[in-house]
Design a protein around this ligand. Structure first.
Ligand SMILES: Nc1ncnc2c1ncn2[C@@H]1O[C@H](COP(=O)(O)OP(=O)(O)O)[C@@H](O)[C@H]1O
Ligand SMILES: Cc1ncc(COP(=O)(O)O)c(C=O)c1O
Ligand SMILES: [Mg+2]
Length: 284
């Protein structure tokens, strides 16, 4: 299995590819990391150095892989944090080239749209690109609830609203929707919940919340990567959800045990292969 993973790279710490690539590799996937930005650190520190890769870089690198006739080996394209709206078009071009070379290849779009209140900064035009252009082409999409609300164009105060919106997304192109973080009004506050929906199934999973001084970053990026590898390696929707939720829980537990702000991506390496605690999903 070969995954072209088009996401951010941070030199220090973990977000984007720097959070997702190693866990995917540890699950046995061969990853082709392509970086949309190279920043010193993730944006939630409030300051960072580095640059958005030039928009032509993505097309150039995809073209380079095409030139050595290797695109047909690609099983999936995963996109995450995008540095500019122009980069988006290049990513979709790469997806088209991969799908032309390997019609079975999947496109998993993690629609990272930013969260200004939390300090996750995304360039203007990226959210519009994700909703209008990337979503119709995606096979798998993994928004958090805020991103799902932007896609749906309305607030989603109840679990029923969220499930309905996820089903709407299935009519826009994707075959699988993973909502990576739910925060509806009557959710029990001590539970962290995710939802996976396909045309035939809907699964809800919950794990305990940890009390971090500051919300760690990169959790969503790692979750999406692990979920994709699970599906590609033949897990059912339910199994892929249970595996990624449980592996990320184990990694967060290690992060808390070590008292770190940055994710304990490497220290928790055994969790990606076989999570210490397995949480069970419930059909809804
Ligand atoms: N079990 C947990 N305990 C505490 N915080 C968690 C737990 N699981 C995830 N989180 C945090 O919840 C937040 C989820 O963020 P959100 O913006 O909704 O998704 P994403 O990570 O995709 O951007 C992250 O800040 C993550 O660190
Ligand atoms: C460079 C970069 N990549 C990715 C992300 C997304 O991280 P998360 O997985 O928490 O959504 C962020 C969030 O701040 C970021 O700064
Ligand atoms: Mg995210």
């Amino acid at each position: 299995m070969n995954i072209l993973s088009i996401q951010s790279h941070v030199v220090y710490g973990h977000a984007g590819n720097s959070a997702a690539v190693f866990p995917m590799q540890r699950m046995g996937a061969n990853v082709w990391p392509l970086h949309t930005v190279q920043f010193s650190n993730h944006t939630q520190y409030g300051r960072w150095a580095g640059m958005v890769m030039p928009s032509t870089e993505i097309a150039s690198l995809a073209g380079g892989i095409a030139a050595i006739d290797a695109l047909h080996e690609c099983s999936a394209v995963l996109s995450g944090y995008i540095g500019s709206a122009e980069q988006g078009a290049q990513i979709l071009d790469a997806v088209r080239q991969v799908k032309a070379a390997n019609p079975a290849a999947l496109y998993h779009c993690d629609p990272v749209m930013g969260h200004p209140a939390k300090g996750c900064i995304v360039a203007s035009g990226v959210a519009e690109f994700l909703v209008n252009e990337a979503l119709p082409v995606a096979d798998i999409v993994s928004p958090n609830q805020l991103e799902l609300e932007i896609i749906a164009g309305r607030a989603l105060p109840t679990l029923a609203d969220i499930v309905a919106a996820a089903r709407e997304v299935l009519t826009m192109g994707p075959r699988v929707v993973l909502i990576k973080h739910l925060h509806y009004a009557d959710k029990q506050p001590e539970r962290f919940e995710m939802l996976a929906v396909s045309n035939d199934e809907a699964w809800l999973i919950a794990r305990p919340i940890f009390d971090f001084a500051r919300d760690p970053v990169g959790v969503g990026d790692m979750t999406s990567g692990l979920f994709l590898v699970g599906l590609l390696s033949g897990k059912s929707l339910r199994q892929a959800l249970e595996h990624c939720a449980s592996a990320v829980y184990g990694m967060l537990q290690e992060t808390q045990r070590l008292g770190r702000y940055e994710l304990a991506v490497v220290a928790a390496q055994r969790e990606y292969e076989s999570p210490t605690h397995m949480f069970a999903a419930q059909p809804i």
